[in-house]
Design a protein. Structure first.
Length: 240
């Protein structure tokens, strides 16, 4: 089997005494997109935190391109080529757009197959960020802040991109723009986990789907199979 870009194997994770992830296993294939779905509180962000090293798995293993990273710090995991676009954007509000991008810059790995991301290539992908490059990030619209959050992750020249609900709180037109960007990133060969609550957003772009329910993996499937299974979607996600 081909090496997976990111793999969680039998992961248990806790916030203090609260046992949030239970025996979670899934894998993201190289150059593929995995849609990670689940209701509020299902454990999606916790999985992303574990993948990025922001929260350590108490049991189980996390690996990136076949190398174990389970006990590594977020900085070391970033150095292995993983970047997170966090839920709620988390940009530096009192820095300018340009400064937000500069502080996130990291050289690509020596063996990287991709052209490196720079301020210029990020601005080429998001012309609106270029127009606002000297503005304080706090003054951007929600959609622009999301673009900045994505641009910042790209400045780390990742091989694996974890995107946690990038559509949250955005108007439909802006969501469509963000999804177009995500599609382009996938076509560029990045391996992507796209976390969402709304399956309709991910079914068009994802290759594989994992649905979490109360901290465990409930379904591993594909968009094609799940489109035919309304009952299963209703059971784990509610109605869309
Ligand atoms: N820092 C924390 N401390 C304690 N409990 C937490 C913390 N963060 C999340 N939780 C709990 O862990 C569980 C999983 O949360 P998580 O944020 O991973 O869900 P999610 O699927 O990302 O939900 P959402 O769609 O609302 O973002 C929830 O029960 C949540 O209340
Ligand atoms: Mg979340």
């Amino acid at each position: 089997m081909a090496t997976s870009a990111l793999r969680l194997e039998n992961v248990d994770a806790f916030y203090g005494d609260s046992h949030v992830l239970q025996n979670v296993s899934f894998e993201l294939g190289e150059a593929r997109m995995l849609g990670l779905l689940g209701r509020n509180g299902a454990g999606k962000s916790t999985c992303m935190n574990v993948g990025m090293g922001l929260l350590s798995a108490r049991r189980g293993e996390v690996s990136v391109f076949g190398e174990p990273v389970t006990k590594l710090s977020p900085e070391m995991i970033a150095a292995r080529g993983v970047a997170l676009v966090p839920q709620g954007r988390r940009i530096f509000r009192s820095l300018t757009v340009r400064e937000n991008l500069i502080v996130a810059a990291r050289k690509p790995d020596a063996g990287s197959k991709h052209a490196p991301w720079t301020i210029d290539t990020v601005f080429a992908m998001f012309p609106r960020l270029k127009e606002r490059s000297n503005q304080m990030a706090a003054h951007l619209s929600g959609g622009e802040q999301q673009m900045l959050a994505i641009g910042r992750a790209l400045m780390g020249n990742p091989r694996v991109l974890l995107m946690d609900e990038p559509s949250e709180g955005l108007a439909p037109q802006i969501v469509a723009e963000v999804m177009t960007t995500i599609r382009k990133l996938k076509e560029s060969g990045l391996s992507i986990v796209l976390v969402e609550q709304n399956p309709n957003l991910v079914f068009d772009v994802a290759d594989d789907i994992v649905i979490l329910n109360t901290g465990g993996v409930a379904v591993v499937s594909t968009p094609a199979a799940l489109r035919q299974d309304d009952a299963l979607l209703r059971q784990h996600l509610g109605v869309f």
